[in-house]
Design a protein around this ligand. Sequence first.
Ligand code: SAM
Length: 302
Amino acid sequence: MAHAILKIPVLSTIVTTTTVKLSKSLLNSSSLHGYGRGICYCSSAVSVSQQQQRQPQVRSPQLVALEYADLSIPHIVSEELGATRVRQHVNPLSSTLSIPVEVPNWNDVFEDPKLPLVVDIGSGSGRFLMWLAKRNPGSKNYMGLDIRKKLVTRAEKWVQELALNNIHFLFANASISFKQLISTYPGPLMLVSILCPDPHFKKRHHKRRIVQKPLVEAIVDGLMPGGQVFIQSDVLEVAVDMRKYFDAESEKLLHIDSFNSDLACDNEGWLVSNPMGIRTEREIHAEYEGAKIYRRMYQKPL
Ligand SMILES: C[S@@+](CC[C@H](N)C(=O)[O-])C[C@H]1O[C@@H](n2cnc3c(N)ncnc32)[C@H](O)[C@@H]1O
């Protein structure tokens, strides 16, 4: 099926640059040290020159805190749960994670459950989604799905403390529960993001990767006309794998580049910059290590 090329508006937030002063309290915050233990993996090779370019006094967890400084996550909650040890990897194929999550009463979790929905699959700490939710009150709802329960619990506490009424985190295996959740949501699905998913490097563990055909089909079917999918990874092999699945849906999903939008891609078809206005935590850590981030944006035709 051929699609007419038209300039596509990108649904995500316009990139803004924030300059944040290094505050002593931020750099010394105990929550920063605790968070570092929750990082899922470290895959990027770092050259000596890249290491030399780093600011020696700043570590990547501190960069995360600085980038998210205007979220103003209440200190007391950060201290309470911020140092919680989080298991680095959870097996999404385990029997305990094969049970579909109970669909929430959407009226209980969102002030207006008919607003267009953004879903972040593998939301990790949730800061990325909270940052977007705080900027878009009354126009979009945000839902984060993750299989690490402690992160979801902490994210929901932050949401309560920040009094955000357009965001909700669920302890849910997206492979099992995404379709049902989306089919019961009263509003349209406008954007799905899958950002730096667990790489599961070993070949025998590839089936644990989040991007598989059934989930991709559920996303494509669930998206509203004009709805978008944003994927990224700092691991080329994982990015190529995800891309293969979404490119295979070219009958129903357009790849967005400079020919049909304002987003530019490099010669290999990867977006040259992050269109969301904020980096995810894994993205910050990976770029700090000198890694390239491989990104693609897709859109369902109108
Ligand atoms: C490497 S972390 C990335 C977190 C965040 N997106 C970022 O870029 O900083 C991947 C996250 O995906 C979650 N995850 C893995 N498989 C999942 C699944 N089947 N359903 C929901 N979340 C999953 C993990 O628990 C982890 O928090």
